[in-house]
Design a binder for this molecule. Structure first.
Ligand SMILES: [Zn+2]
Length: 430
C-alpha cells in the first residue's frame, strides 16, 4: 500500500526515529569518509505544549542544535544532531516565557533517544553481560547505563510484583571471606555468602541478600507484606536446619521440600565413607587401582537402574568382594527408591524398607544417614508428593555467578541486585 510521502522523505524513512524527520546528512570530514557521518533531524510536530499552562505554541524563539546518542544506523558511526526548538509561550496569563520541545524519543533534558535506552535495557535483560560490554555497544557511559537499570528496577518492591507460590531459597558463595577494619580498630568478618531467593514457577530471581542463613532469610521475609507471604505454599531448599527454622518461623503455613539431589549426595557420601574405611581395615592403606572397589567407585554411586549389563556385572563383582560395602550400597539404593516415590503410601512402604535395611546392615555410617533423614522426613515426604526442587534456584545461582564474573565483581551490592533482578530468563514451563 502506498502512503502519502509529503513529510516522509527517503532519509527519514531509513533513519526511522518516530516523530522526527531528517533535514540533512553528510560526512563529518568531507575529505575523509572514515571519520563518520552526521544527520540533522527535527521534530515533525509544528507546535509544542507549554509544560506550565499546556497551551500549544508554534512560535519559535530559538533553534539550538544538540548532539544526542542514538542506536547505530547504517553500520558506521553516525552523529545525530537535533534541531531542538525553543517555543515562546503565547498564553498571556502564563508566567513562563519560553520552553524547549519534548518528544517521546527525546524527553526533557534527554541526552540519548528513548529507543537507545530501550535497546540497552533489552540487551541487559536478555543476556548476562557486563554493564561495561553494554556501554561499549551503546556508546553510553557506565553510570548512565547503571542509572537506567536502577531507575527501572525498584529493589524494595520488585519481589511484590511477582506472585510467588513456590519459593526457592539457596545460598551461594561469591567471594572469599573478608576482614574489614572498623573505626575503633576492631576487625569485622564479612561473610562471602549470598542468599538467593527465586520464584520457582518462573525461575526469576527475586532478590539476593548478603548475610548468614537464618537471620538474612527471616529479615528478608519480614520486609515483605503479609499478603505476599501468605501466598507462598511451598519452599524448596537444601538440607539446612538454619533455613528450615527461619522458614518455619516466618512462613508457618508453607510446606518445605528438600532437594532430592542433596539427599542422594548424602547417601553417596555414606557409601564412600564405608568404602574408604573397608580398604583401610583390609589393606592398611588408602585405595589404589588394584582394589576393585576403588577402581569401580563411580559404579557404586551411579543410579543402578541406568547401568549397562557389563557395568552391572562389574558392580556385582565389587559388591561380592565386601559384605559391608554391599550393605551400604543396598541402603543407598533404598534411599533412591524412597526418593522415587510419588504417593504417601509408597513413601511409607519404602521408608519402612529403608529402616529395616539400615538396622540389618549394622553400619554406623548408615545409622548416621538414617538419623539425618529422620530429621527431614516431613520435608522428604513433601518432595515426593510435589516433586518441587531447587533446580531453578541453582540455575539462577549460576546466572548470578555469571553476572559477578561478567561484571568483574560488583562493589556496590545494590548495583549487583539491580543487575540480577532485571535479568529475566526466558520463561519455560516449570
Ligand atoms: Zn505557558
Amino acid at each position: 500500500m502506498l502512503k502519502p510521502t509529503h513529510d516522509a522523505d527517503a532519509a527519514s524513512i531509513l533513519f526511522n526515529l518516530p516523530g522526527y524527520r531528517v533535514l540533512a546528512a553528510g560526512h563529518v570530514d568531507p575529505d575523509s569518509e572514515d571519520a563518520g557521518r552526521w544527520a540533522l533531524v527535527e521534530a515533525v510536530a509544528a507546535e509544542g505544549g507549554c509544560p506550565d499552562c499546556g497551551v500549544l505554541s508554534g512560535r519559535i524563539h530559538a533553534r539550538p542544535v544538540q548532539v544526542v546518542k542514538d542506536v547505530p544506523c547504517g553500520g558506521e558511526a553516525l552523529e545525530v544532531r537535533v534541531c531542538k526548538r525553543r517555543f515562546r509561550c503565547q498564553e498571556a496569563a502564563c508566567a513562563r516565557a519560553t520552553f524547549v520541545e519534548e518528544t517521546d524519543e527525546l524527553p526533557f533534558r534527554a541526552r540519548f533517544t528513548t529507543r537507545l535506552a530501550e535497546k540497552t535495557l533489552a540487551s541487559l535483560r536478555a543476556e548476562p553481560r557486563s554493564i561495561h560490554a553494554v556501554t561499549v555497544e551503546s556508546g553510553l557511559s557506565w553510570p548512565t547505563v547503571m542509572g537506567l537499570l536502577t531507575s527501572t528496577v525498584d529493589l524494595a518492591t520488585i519481589p511484590e510484583q511477582r506472585l510467588v507460590r513456590r519459593l526457592g531459597v539457596d545460598e551461594h558463595r561469591f567471594r572469599r571471606v573478608r576482614y574489614v577494619r572498623d573505626h575503633d580498630g576492631g576487625v569485622t568478618r564479612v561473610e562471602p555468602w549470598s542468599i538467593m531467593l527465586t520464584g520457582l514457577d518462573t525461575g526469576a530471581i527475586l532478590d539476593v541478600v548478603d548475610g548468614r542463613r537464618g537471620p538474612a532469610v527471616k529479615q528478608w521475609l519480614a520486609a515483605r507484606p503479609r499478603w505476599w507471604r501468605r501466598r507462598i505454599e511451598y519452599v524448596a531448599m537444601d538440607m539446612s536446619s538454619e533455613f528450615r527454622a527461619a522458614i518455619r518461623k516466618s512462613l508457618p503455613r508453607a510446606k518445605i521440600s528438600v532437594d532430592h539431589w542433596h539427599v542422594v549426595r548424602l547417601a553417596n557420601d555414606m557409601v564412600t565413607t564405608v568404602r574408604r574405611r573397608r580398604i583401610w581395615e583390609t589393606e592398611q592403606r588408602r585405595g589404589r587401582k588394584v582394589d576393585t572397589a576403588w577402581r569401580y567407585r563411580q559404579l557404586l554411586l551411579a543410579n543402578s537402574s541406568r547401568l549397562s549389563t557389563r557395568q552391572r556385572a562389574r558392580l556385582n563383582e565389587v559388591l561380592d568382594s565386601d559384605l559391608q560395602l554391599k550393605l551400604a550400597w543396598g541402603v543407598k539404593e533404598h534411599v533412591r527408591q524412597l526418593l522415587a516415590t510419588r504417593h504417601i503410601d509408597d513413601f511409607h512402604r519404602e521408608w519402612a524398607h529403608l529402616e529395616r535395611a539400615v538396622k540389618a546392615s549394622n553400619l554406623p555410617e548408615a545409622e548416621r544417614l538414617l538419623k539425618t533423614l529422620k530429621a527431614w522426613r516431613r520435608e522428604l515426604l513433601t518432595f515426593c508428593r510435589t516433586r518441587i526442587t531447587n533446580a531453578r534456584t541453582e540455575a539462577a545461582n549460576l546466572n548470578a555467578k555469571t553476572f559477578k564474573r561478567a561484571g568483574r565483581g560488583y562493589r556496590n551490592h545494590d548495583n549487583y541486585r539491580s543487575r540480577i533482578t532485571a535479568y529475566a530468563p526466558t520463561r519455560t514451563a516449570a
